[in-house]
Design a protein around this ligand. Structure first.
Ligand code: SAM
Length: 522
């Protein structure tokens, strides 16, 4: 039997030591320690949205093309992991194979996240750990990709001397020429943001390691300008990807045997394909041009019709853009999963207004009521930011009340982290004391644990169609699969295979996991 308290003590010890290379023996031990911390933090925070256990995971394509090796490590949201696959695809054409072993790479890329200060701190620490690698391999080049590259631009080259290359999220096509530049010993940078880039033609970009579930990016950037958020500055203006290229990618995934696609975007409900270009230009089109555009509900239906045996999920949704049409399409297609991730951030109208979220608590509740009316079995998850500028105890209580109103299945819960150059950083004061933020977040997490347990208990005794996704991390004898509601269920393998649909009877649960057994093939 494991002594859980010893594991927590070890975790605390590592955190306090700030897990440095002096403390661990080599880079692989260091990596394991970081992953262990990330995993424990995910338990600590009840945070499932950004999969903490995947932070720092290397992107590895299942094809090997050349002698040159690139190691790509990704942090942050799923969009980043998806982008790393685009980068890997571009590099494949340059003769690079991906590797999981950082020590054999001649090119090390870190695809970064800027959403909270902590995400950037993690990357900074990681970069420091490359010093030894660089000392041992004089040819090694280090590149920083993604949101942190975009936010800090050349400043990052000045601050992190070992970095050779900085590439923003819209500049990955330029990688071949940037690599030539750094080959000649120069530093290189491209952080130009684009109004059009969607990497639509870089296909197939998806090589999921389990061969069962895949992410498909349908849009890039964000126009919402939430006052706390760095995304519009790091990922640029909102633009949608050509519908046909999305459908083609889904067709290819289906032919390759994938059984689930998740459509990705900062605000998928705002998807609008009208021939290309930024969303903000849509209003300038003629009525005839507007009429031939494709919105998210129409795209969702088309994706679901590619192959009825391929499940479809999507995230993230935004309350002000989510239409009844989307709920109706979901209700009409068995293979669109009954799951909606609908961030609300705060239960106080005053705070929502300060955040520039574009909806009120009333409007959010109205969306929830509509989901429950049209999709009674739909699971709902959330994002909450606790301790935003000027948040009072009353505002905090309002957040807990909204949680009680919905009883979310799970959620992603964060303390407010001020991000440079956002409206909030410039015009508002980050005035909630750190200990108050922590206490409020702890209360929110505790409330969510209670709700997750209620939701999980409601699954016990019922049978669900489950897609077998992966072998359970805890036992080789068990599979992990998810039902349509996105609840993870662990069950003995029996004679099922990865990618099978099976009917699983849920027999037991805690607030995080469901346990069951296969009762029949689906
Ligand atoms: N586009 C989605 C939206 O705004 O609803 C998700 C965007 S963001 C990548 C994911 C989540 O990170 C947000 O929903 C928010 O809860 C959190 N987040 C964003 N900026 C933050 C900040 N400055 N401090 C703390 N959490 C933040």
């Amino acid at each position: 039997m494991f002594d859980l308290s010893k594991i927590w003590h070890f975790y605390d010890f590592l955190r306090k030591k700030e897990v440095s290379c002096h403390f661990v023996i080599n880079i692989n031990t260091y990596l394991c320690a970081l992953k262990f911390i990330a995993f424990m933090e995910s338990l600590d925070q009840g945070n499932k949205v950004i999969d903490e256990s995947k932070q720092g995971e290397a992107t590895v394509l299942n094809t090997s093309v050349g002698d040159k090796k690139v190691y790509i490590e990704s942090y942050g949201c799923q969009m980043n992991f998806s982008d790393s696959e685009i980068v890997a695809s571009i590099l494949q054409k340059e003769g690079y194979s991906t590797t999981k072993n950082i020590e054999e790479a001649e090119l090390v890329f870190v695809n970064t996240c800027s959403i909270r200060e902590k995400a950037e701190d993690t990357v900074r620490k990681r970069l420091k750990s490359f010093r030894k690698l660089k000392r041992n391999n004089k040819k090694l080049k280090v590149g920083v990709l993604g949101c942190m590259a975009e936010r800090l631009k050349s400043k990052l080259l000045e601050e992190e001397k070992l970095v050779d290359l900085i590439v923003g999220p819209d500049a990955y096509r330029d990688l071949p020429s940037l690599l030539e530049e750094i080959d000649g010993g120069e530093k290189a940078i491209n952080v130009l943001l684009s109004m059009e880039e969607t990497y639509a033609d870089i296909a197939p970009v998806r090589y999921g390691s389990n061969g069962v579930t895949a992410f498909v990016t349908i849009m890039r950037g964000c126009d919402n300008m939430c006052t706390f958020c760095v995304v519009p500055f790091t990922r640029g203006r909102e633009r949608s990807r050509d519908t046909e290229s999305i459908l083609e990618e889904v067709r290819q995934l289906s032919e390759q045997g994938y059984k689930e696609v998740t459509l990705l975007g900062q605000n998928v409900d705002s998807y609008l394909w009208y021939g290309g270009g930024p969303k903000k230009h849509f209003k300038n089109l003629s009525e005839i041009e507007k009429a031939s555009s494709i919105n998210f509900a129409q795209l969702l239906k088309k994706v679901a019709e590619v192959d009825s045996t391929v499940r479809v999920r999507f995230f993230t949704s935004n309350p002000q853009d989510m239409t009844n049409e989307v709920f109706e399409v979901m209700a009409s297609k068995e293979n669109i999963c009954n799951f909606i991730h609908l961030p609300f951030q705060s239960g106080s109208d005053r705070i929502l207004d300060l955040m520039n979220r574009g909806y009120t608590v009333e409007k959010y509740k109205e969306r929830i009521d509509k989901i429950k009316e049209i999709l009674p079995d739909c699971a709902i998850s959330h994002d909450i930011i606790s301790g935003f500028c000027s948040e009072t105890e009353e505002d905090h209580q309002a957040t807990l009340e909204l949680m009680d109103y919905v009883t979310f299945d799970y959620g992603y819960m964060f303390n407010y982290s001020e991000r440079p150059n956002t409206y909030a950083a410039k015009k508002l004061t980050d005035d909630v004391p750190e200990d108050v933020k922590k206490r409020r977040l702890a209360e929110i997490i505790q409330r969510q644990r209670e709700h997750s347990f209620i939701r999980n208990k409601s699954y016990v005794g019922n049978t669900y169609k489950v897609l077998v996704e992966t072998v359970s991390k805890k036992s080789e004898e068990e599979f992990l699969g998810r039902n349509s509601q996105n609840a993870a269920i662990i069950f003995p393998k029996e004679d099922a295979k990865l990618g099978d649909y099976v009917h699983v009877l849920v027999e037991d649960c805690n607030s995080a996991t469901l346990k069951g057994r296969i009762v029949s093939k689906a």
